[in-house]
Write a protein that binds this ligand. Structure first.
Ligand code: ADP
Ligand code: MG
Length: 392
């Protein structure tokens, strides 16, 4: 993949930058600006090199409709504050307002288009519709740079089709993500321990399938552990259970590499002041839900992680968003962060958010991936359209 430097002198050239600015919002306010901050280096690099930077990104899932609450205007304002300079918001998605705003950019200026997903062409399955939209995006620029790793697994107009229309390069974030993930797939240092959690087994079946032959241990927590526990013959009460995945879990258990919780935190429901109880996995009451791994499991997982040279972690160990169910995720995060001399990679939007929310310290991990789905698909060995197109 070409780097931005490989594109040569960018003075006066219009650069369409696909960035990942998909930040969480609450009542119109940005609750975590991590992704905006992560995009600053490439924007500064391009603007500093005299390019006229046209930033495009998506926010949420507006499904091809203009949804004012998902406008990128507040994100543009935050970006301007963080860059310490004026950033223009064009007001539409590659429409007349954008054409005009881009036409007025001077060298080193930065503009942001409206939410790409306000246009149905962005995510359309119809290639013609996607290409038509990509052509309008391409008309705004002379070159294309992709630094939105979180979107490279999507065959979307701004990720895939537009790269076929313009000279292109991968930004530093994308380059860095790929370099780290490659280390996980090509001869990783052993022991190699993978920790998986999160809500659904079905989301992670493919990655378990492809990782299992290559890892030494797979530690399973989160909502997905209950389908594994059911496969072992346990009654999981009201916990999350994907009955149609029990058979697949049984097959994974046959590998002898899967480590499951021995105790769990249960409660009648998810709520911040509910009464909780720690029970053995063989004694989950029928009317209770398992919402976090228990303290003995944290100890067990810490022991399994001790001495690991390579660790990949995806998916929280419990409903960490609520204090009574956060201890398992905190314990496992601390255990991984405490490893010295190991390659430690965290993938997944909620896992990354958990690290920040629990105040673990992002710098204590080798790498925190900005793209959950993209990093999982990369590890599955899938071809990611947004990367493949940049390699051409
Ligand atoms: P990531 O975004 O890191 O890939 P996922 O999206 O797979 O992670 O899963 C995150 C969600 O899983 C969180 O919202 C968390 O509350 C939920 N979760 C974790 N453990 C449980 C559980 N025991 N029961 C229900 N939900 C859970
Ligand atoms: Mg998630």
């Amino acid at each position: 993949m070409k780097t931005v430097t490989d594109l040569g002198d960018l003075t006066g050239r219009r650069v369409l930058l696909r960035a990942d600015l998909n930040v969480p919002l609450q009542d119109g306010r940005i609750t975590d600006d991590g992704r905006i901050r992560a995009s600053l280096p490439v924007i500064e690099q391009l603007a500093g090199g005299g390019a006229r930077v046209v930033v495009c990104a998506h926010l949420g899932r507006p499904k091809g409709e203009v949804r004012p609450e998902l406008s990128l205007r507040p994100v543009t304002e935050r970006l301007g504050e963080l860059l310490g300079r004026a950033v223009r918001f064009t007001g539409d998605v590659a429409g007349p307002a954008s054409t005009e705003a881009v036409g007025r950019l001077g060298d080193g200026d930065v503009a942001v288009l409206e939410n790409l997903r306000f246009d149905a062409g962005e995510t359309s399955k119809d290639e013609t519709a996607r290409r038509e939209f990509a052509a309008r995006l391409a008309a705004l620029a002379d070159v294309y740079v992709d630094d939105a790793f979180g979107a490279v697994h999507r065959k979307h107009a701004s990720v895939y089709d537009v790269a076929r229309l313009l000279p292109h390069a991968a930004g530093a974030l994308v380059q860095q993500e790929v370099a780290v993930l490659r280390r996980l797939t090509q001869d990783p240092d052993r022991p190699y321990v993978v920790v998986l959690g999160g809500s659904k087994v079905s989301d992670k079946l493919a990655v378990i399938d492809s990782l299992l032959p290559h890892v030494d241990r797979l530690l399973v927590g989160g909502g997905m552990c209950f389908t594994f526990l059911a496969a072992q013959g346990h009654d999981v009460g009201g916990s999350l259970l994907e009955a149609d995945q029990v058979e697949a879990c049984r097959r994974f258990l046959d590998s002898g590499k899967v480590v499951l919780p021995v105790d769990v935190v249960v409660a009648p429901d998810v709520s911040p002041d509910v009464a909780t109880e720690v029970v053995d996995v063989g004694a989950i009451p029928t009317a209770r839900k398992g919402l976090d791994i228990g303290p003995r499991t944290v100890d067990l997982f810490r022991d399994e992680l001790a001495g690991a040279r390579t660790v990949f972690w995806n998916g929280p160990m419990g409903v960490f968003e609520q204090a009574p169910f956060a201890a398992g995720t905190r314990g496992v995060a601390e255990a991984i962060a405490a490893l010295t001399g190991a390659l430690t990679v965290v993938g997944g939007g909620d896992s990354a958010a958990a690290i920040r929310l629990l105040g673990i310290g992002e710098q204590r991990f080798t790498h925190i991936s900005t793209g959950g789905g993209a990093s999982l698909e990369y590890l599955e060995g899938a071809t990611l359209p947004g990367l493949a197109v940049l390699e051409d």
